[in-house]
Design a protein around this ligand. Structure first.
Ligand code: NI
Length: 204
C-alpha cells in the first residue's frame, strides 16, 4: 500500500462531499422556486365555462368589470354552505349600493348531479338577489374544481338513503380579470371580507 496517497484521498473525499452538499442545496432551491411559481400561476387561472341558474351558459368573461366573490358548495349542504353564503350576503349588504354593484357573487356547485339550474335558482334566492348559481356537466365542474383547487367527494350518508358531499369551504375574492385577491376560510368574518372589498375598490 502506498501511504503517500492517503492525504490526497481524504482531500478528494472532502471535495466530493462539498460538491454533493452544494448540489443538494441547488436542487432544493430550484424546487422551491418552481413550487412558488406554480402558486403564482394560480392567481391568473380563474377561468370557467358553466351554466347559470336560468339555464344560460356563462364563462368567467360574462361579468364585465365586476369583481367576483365565489363560493363552492352544494344545495343539500346542511350547515357550512348556508353559513358561508350568509356571510357573503352580510358583507355585500354592508357595502354602499355603488360598491355592491361592482361585486358579482357566485355560487358554484360541486354536486352537479343534483344541483340542476332549477334547484340552484330557488336556493340562491334565499341569500342575495345578485347571487348567481352555476352548475355544469360533471366534466365542467371537475375542471373548475381543479382550477380553484377545490376538494369535493361523495360520501354515503347512513342516516339517509342518499349521499352527501365532503368538500373544502373557501370564498374567493377575484379581480374582474380573474386574478386572486384573497381566500376566506370559515373562521374569517363578513367584516374581513367587507374591509378587503372596500380597500380594493378604493384603490381603483
Ligand atoms: Ni357545504
Amino acid at each position: 500500500m502506498d501511504t503517500k496517497h492517503e492525504p490526497d484521498l481524504k482531500i478528494l473525499a472532502i471535495i466530493a462531499a462539498l460538491i454533493l452538499v452544494l448540489a443538494i442545496a441547488f436542487v432544493y432551491t430550484q424546487q422551491n422556486y418552481q413550487s412558488n411559481k406554480k402558486n403564482l400561476s394560480f392567481t391568473i387561472a380563474g377561468k370557467f365555462n358553466l351554466t347559470d341558474h336560468n339555464g344560460t351558459e356563462k364563462t368567467h368573461t360574462d361579468f364585465g368589470d365586476k369583481y367576483k366573490l365565489i363560493y363552492f358548495g352544494f344545495t343539500y349542504c346542511p350547515a357550512i354552505c348556508p353559513t358561508e353564503l350568509a356571510k357573503m350576503t352580510a358583507a355585500l349588504e354592508r357595502l354602499t349600493p355603488e360598491k355592491s354593484a361592482q361585486i358579482q357573487p357566485l355560487f358554484i356547485t360541486i354536486d352537479p348531479e343534483r344541483d340542476t339550474p332549477e334547484a340552484l335558482k330557488s336556493y340562491v334566492s334565499l341569500f342575495h338577489p345578485n347571487l348567481i348559481g352555476l352548475t355544469g356537466t360533471v366534466d365542467q365542474i371537475n375542471t373548475v374544481k381543479k382550477t380553484y383547487r377545490i376538494y369535493a367527494k361523495k360520501v354515503q350518508d347512513e342516516t339517509l338513503n342518499d349521499y352527501t358531499m365532503d368538500h373544502s369551504s373557501y370564498i374567493y375574492f377575484m379581480t374582474p380579470k380573474d386574478e386572486l385577491i384573497s381566500i376566506y376560510r370559515t373562521m374569517d368574518t363578513a367584516n374581513t371580507i367587507l374591509n378587503d372589498i372596500n380597500k380594493q375598490l378604493e384603490n381603483n
